[in-house]
Design a protein around this ligand. Structure first.
Ligand code: PCA
Length: 268
């Protein structure tokens, strides 16, 4: 039986968000676990999974150091960062993190970075290390509305995601990625989301599928996940965000435009 340590983090309430699903889902997983293996052949039989969580401040400067403290203390094999995406109607599995901070509103420390790199001279972007296709298939089976998303915005979520993947690239055998949750249905202001039970179920599927992927140890799953070559962080960030590239994507290029290069994780 292999011991696997999982950290799943989220953010507490902020601005007009009284209940942040990215806080509630990790708490529920720590409390209730990830459930039993689905059948006799399920690789989950081979793992003893322990889950830790930490709630992060909505701060460009402090979110990542707070998560890093937990990572240093728990030495996880899998790290799943989560956040709330205000405009989402479904669970968004994030494909990549870009090296760009561009805040439309101040963070918890009143910082308002505009078009700044997260890590000066860092790669333009990183791919997630989660098995997105397998996770999306589980969501379909469980009736959870979901999308594959090309960016987690340019606020604190993306900044945390980028720093997490930058750290992961220096680790030996760690899988990490980011899940954006929609607002919780029935909240005071926003009505476009999903109910919390579905969101917890989604979080459970993400952990279960990532544990299975980890146990399979397919070649390349732990290798360095740089996404973009041949362009600066600024261009990459703008490409991902720009309407122009979104239009181009309609004729067959990915939302990252022509600058995307190979990726070890064929499930992205
Ligand atoms: N969502 C914000 C930060 C915290 C959260 O839950 C974002 O989209 O960056």
């Amino acid at each position: 039986m292999q011991q696997l340590n999982v950290v799943i983090c989220g953010f507490d309430h902020y601005e007009n968000i009284d209940v942040n699903p990215s806080y509630e889902v990790p708490e529920a997983l720590v409390r209730d676990g990830i459930g039993e293996p689905s059948d006799v052949d399920d690789p989950l039989h081979d793992a003893n999974v322990s889950i830790n969580t930490v709630a992060l401040p909505v701060s460009f400067a402090n979110a990542w150091p707070t998560l890093l403290e937990t990572l240093d203390a728990t030495r996880p094999d899998i790290v799943i960062a989560t956040g709330l995406k205000h405009a989402a109607h479904s669970v968004a599995m994030e494909r990549c993190a870009t090296n760009l901070m561009n805040a439309a509103r101040p963070d918890a420390d009143n910082a308002l970075p505009r078009f700044e790199p997260i890590i000066k001279d860092g790669p333009a972007a990183y791919w997630t290390r989660l098995p997105l296709r397998a996770i999306i298939n589980d969501f379909a089976r469980d009736g959870i509305p979901a999308t594959l998303s090309s960016d987690a915005g340019t606020f604190v979520c993306n900044s945390l995601f980028y720093q997490l993947l930058h750290w992961t690239a220096t680790q030996d055998r760690v899988l990490a990625g980011f899940v954006s949750f929609p607002p919780i249905n029935g909240g005071s202001r926003l009505q476009n989301g999903l109910d919390l039970r579905q969101q917890v179920r989604a979080g459970r599927d993400v952990v279960r599928e990532t544990v299975r992927y980890y146990l399979q140890r397919r070649p390349g799953i732990f290798s360095s996940p740089d996404v973009l070559l041949g362009c600066s962080w600024f261009l990459a960030g703008m490409c991902v965000r720009s309407r122009m590239v979104r239009r181009v994507s309609g004729v067959g290029l990915t939302p990252c435009g022509t600058v995307v290069c190979g990726c070890a994780n064929e499930q992205v």
